[in-house]
Design a protein around this ligand. Sequence first.
Ligand code: NDP
Ligand code: 8X3
Length: 249
Amino acid sequence: MSKTAFITGATSGFGLAAARRFVAAGWKVVAGGRRRERLQALVDELGSANVHPACFDVRDAAAMAAALDALPAGFAEIDVLVNNAGLALGTAPAQQASLEDWRVMIDTNVTALVTLTHRLLPALVARKGVIVNVSSVAGVYPYPGGNVYGGTKAFVSQFSLNLRTDLHGSGVRVTTIEPGMAETEFTLVRTHGNQAASDTLYKGAQPMTGEDIAEQIYYVATLPAHLNINRLEIMPVTQSFAGFQVFRG
Ligand code: NDP
Ligand code: 8X3
């Protein structure tokens, strides 16, 4: 019998590519996202026997609960939870950033992620499931304008390690994927819709793709049951680190 993955943020980028990757390998996928027409397109592409659209805003706990309660037979038993839905908003330094942007990032990247995880944990324990949390290099290394976005991803990484501790002996595996620069709709969203800024960032940089990260998600989720990758940090070859800065007044 095929297994089921619940992938949040499956209308674009990593989540969309991951949904395709899991279905290609014979899995069923519950595909999350707000854009209903994109979820329907995914169902049309991959088949209603393989994909169930779960259209809700992850920040809306009641809508999340309703979507989970409405999972049809064949999709209701979740083996792998991929907490991927998330976003960055803004690149301004903290002293100029929008508080509303900060709140949206925290609500989406942190509060929604722990809410869905909390809700599915008993079932994941019962099935010895897998949790894959999508964090970021921005949660490991600081960079200018990373402020709250990096903070939310540091939370995701540390929460994941702490989950592992609490789940000791349960057979549940928890992995954090920490990607660097990948061309998706991420920068379009971060810049509040500036396609030119997004194109400029990725031009000539050979960024990673949604498919690159989907392959990592699939890999960590399908390892032999005695193996747990704690964190998987991955960057394009073209991206590395810059040094400390010194201000001389
Ligand atoms: P995309 O913008 O392409 O995809 C983001 C996905 O998240 C969309 O499917 C979107 O669906 C969903 N999402 C966002 N907000 C909500 C919400 N409130 N409710 C439901 N779904 C939501 O970006 P990526 O694929 O790049 O991003 C996926 C994850 O990877 C994010 O957590 C991001 O922080 C992380 N990441 C991205 C990197 C990159 O360079 N691209 C690098 C490191 C980490 P919809 O809008 O339809 O609701
Ligand atoms: C975003 C990754 O490299 O743009 O999570 O900071 S990067």
